[in-house]
Every structure is written in C-alpha cells, then in structure tokens.
Design a binder for this molecule. Structure first.
Ligand code: DP6
Length: 350
C-alpha cells in the first residue's frame, strides 16, 4: 500500500451536520441491530450555525487503530453502531488520489487504513437535544467524503440510521420524513426530504434549556422498555401515526401553521404518554416542562388559533416553534416573565 516515504501522510476531511427535532416522533424499534422503527417520523432540521456537530476524520498509514474523540475526550469505538457505520462506508470507499502530495489510496486499501475521528457538538450532549442525530449524520457524511464515497443522500441516510435512528433525518435540511420501510434487511428504511429549508422560513424555533444534565434514561433503552411493555405503543404506531404523517405532510406543504401546531403538540404529548405507559414508567419531562406546556396552551387558547407549537424529546427541554419572528419575540417575553433568569426563580405563572 504505502511506501516508506509515504508512510507519514495524513489525509483529512471535515464536515458539519445540524441536529433535527421530530414533530412526529420515532419511538420504538422493530429491529434493534439494524435500527428499524415501528413507525414513520417527520422532523425539522435546525440551522447548523446554532445546533450542530463538526467532525474531522483523518486516515494515515501511521495510525495503528481506529480512534475517536468527542468534545476532546476519547470515547470507545468498539460499539456496534460505530462499527456498522465504519463498515458500511468502508465497503463503499473508492480510489483517492492527491497528486500534489503523492498520495494514492486504492479502493481496497481502505479496509486496512485506520481512521482518527474528532467530533464537537456546539450544544449539550445527551440532554435530549438529539446530539447523537447530528453526531452520526456528520460521522457518516464526513467519512464518505474522506473515502470518496459516491452514494446518494438516501443511501447515506440509511447508513447514518445504523448509528442512531434519528441521525438518518439529519442528512437533509428542511422538513424530512424517515420512511420506516418494510423489508427485513432495512434497505428501504431511509430518510427523504419533504421540502427544503427555504419552503417555510417564517418559522422560528426557540429551545428552552430546562436542564443541560445528561438524561437518566437513554432513548435506546427507553424505547426498548416501551416496545416490551407498553400496550399503547402498538395503537400509536399502527393506528395513530399513519394518519398523522399524512396530515403533517399536508400541513407542511401548505404552510398551514394551525394544523402543524396541533399535530406537533399532540404527537409530543402522545410520545410522553407512551413513556408513562412503559413499565417502569419513564419521565422525561419535569415540572418546568409542564409549566411551559400550560403557558403555550393558555396562550394558544386565548388567541383562538395556535401561535406556538411545543415538542419535547427524551429530556425536559422545550422546543418551541413560533409561526413567525413577531410571535417568537412575544414568546420570549412571556418565557422571561414566567421564568426570570435569576437565582430565586419566582413562580409567577401557571
Ligand atoms: C425522542 O435516535 O436517539 O428524539 O435510534 O436508539 O439511537 P436510537 O434513538 P434516537 O431516538 C430519538 C428519539 C426522539 C424522537 C425522534 O427524534 O424522533
């Protein structure tokens, strides 16, 4: 492969991927190893300037093993999910040539070349802000870039899915649907873009960080328990979500904020109901999350039509989607009034 003179080269690639927030939630797998979901889901991808992962991958004949650092701390790459992503990308690697530096990597060399991966999140890891989504999407995208992989985004999304389910949706911007697929090998379980980020650019997303602590129950183990114990999950996946997906696609296509907000809030609430229906029950939201829900519900009710949608993932932080900048400014005022940023947070509302 490499001559003595070449042995010191290092080839790098860098990429950035935003996180995404589901408005119709993914919760529950029908296949744990391949990460195949029990229902379709829909998400909105955030602006990468605000919440994203940045990853640099490097390959060199001088590296004796694959290694990874997350936010500067080395983490084990032995997990099946990292290994699946690395394996799937390596399989699709192609020749790479850098004439100026005299680097020539043949397709088959990638099997023996080791990689070093450094990834940074610009937001709290595992606080229920979908950091694994941005992380795995970025890992797959950047490895693909390094190894000159020529797959389309659908194929990359199905590789990212094997790192973390929600990661498949972060391959695209705008509104994205993860089609659960039917096949047992997962080949048709991938994300598609519904509309790009310019389609509905009035929307403003505010994330109220209620706690930046690491969540107690990971999504992976939480949804495993739900699949095993919740009778409500079957009803949700088979009866409720298919109809909601169609309505949500329609609402997004027509920029119909009223339907969008109603569906988003209802689906977040049902996801947390399914968590409560799990044995033992899983509590991701806390009192502050509940107070934020009340604040938004009361405001929406008093206006007669929804102004803001809320959605909560596997943690207490609120993701609030305002219909436009003016409503977002009013929302911030209300939040700051009810939750003043001071030590003795007065209980002024709800
Ligand atoms: C509540 O994608 O983190 O955010 O596939 O086990 O890695 P794994 O789970 P993950 O689950 C995300 C769950 C959710 C809802 C969603 O993003 O759709």
């Amino acid at each position: 492969m490499a001559t003595e003179a070449q042995a010191q080269w290092v080839l790098t690639a860098t990429g950035r991927s935003p996180t995404n927030i589901a408005v119709i939630k993914y919760w529950g797998k029908r296949d744990e190893a391949l990460i195949l979901p029990v229902n379709d889901s829909i998400s909105v991808t955030l602006d990468p300037d605000h919440l994203s992962a940045t990853t640099t991958v490097a390959a060199s004949p001088a590296f004796p093993s694959d290694r990874m650092w997350l936010n500067g701390k080395e983490i084990a790459l032995s997990g099946g999910r990292f290994q699946s992503c690395l394996r799937e990308i390596r399989k699709r690697a192609r020749d790479v040539e850098d004439e100026k530096r005299g680097i020539k990597i043949k397709k088959e060399d990638w099997e023996k070349l080791h990689v070093h991966i450094a990834s940074y999140n610009n937001f709290p890891t595992a606080a229920g802000l979908a950091s694994s989504a941005a992380g795995f999407a970025c890992l797959v995208f950047t490895l693909g870039k390094l190894m000159n992989v020529n797959e389309d985004y659908g194929e990359l999304s199905s590789i990212a899915r094997q790192g973390s389910g929600s990661a498949c949706r972060s391959i695209y911007g705008g509104f994205v649907k993860w089609c659960m697929g039917k096949s047992d090998d997962g080949s048709d379980s991938m994300a598609v873009q519904l509309v790009d980020e310019s389609h509905w650019d009035d929307l403003v997303i505010i994330i109220a960080v209620v706690s930046s602590k690491q969540k107690e129950t990971s999504s992976t183990s939480g949804m495993r328990d739900t699949v095993e114990t919740s009778p409500l999950l079957q009803y949700r996946a088979q009866t409720v979500v298919p109809g909601r997906i169609l309505k949500m696609e329609e609402a997004i296509k027509n920029r119909d904020f009223e339907s969008f907000a109603r569906l988003t809030c209802a689906d977040s609430n049902q996801f947390h109901a399914v968590c409560l229906d799990t044995s033992p029950p899983i509590f991701y939201m806390n009192d502050t999350s509940h107070r934020i829900i009340s604040l938004v519900e009361k405001w929406n009710h008093s206006e007669g039509t929804p102004q803001v949608a809320y959605t909560f993932d596997a943690g207490p932080n609120a993701v609030l989607i305002a219909r436009n900048r003016k409503t977002a400014a009013l929302l911030l005022q209300r939040l700051l009034y009810c939750f003043p940023p001071q030590e003795n947070n007065l209980d002024r509302c709800v």
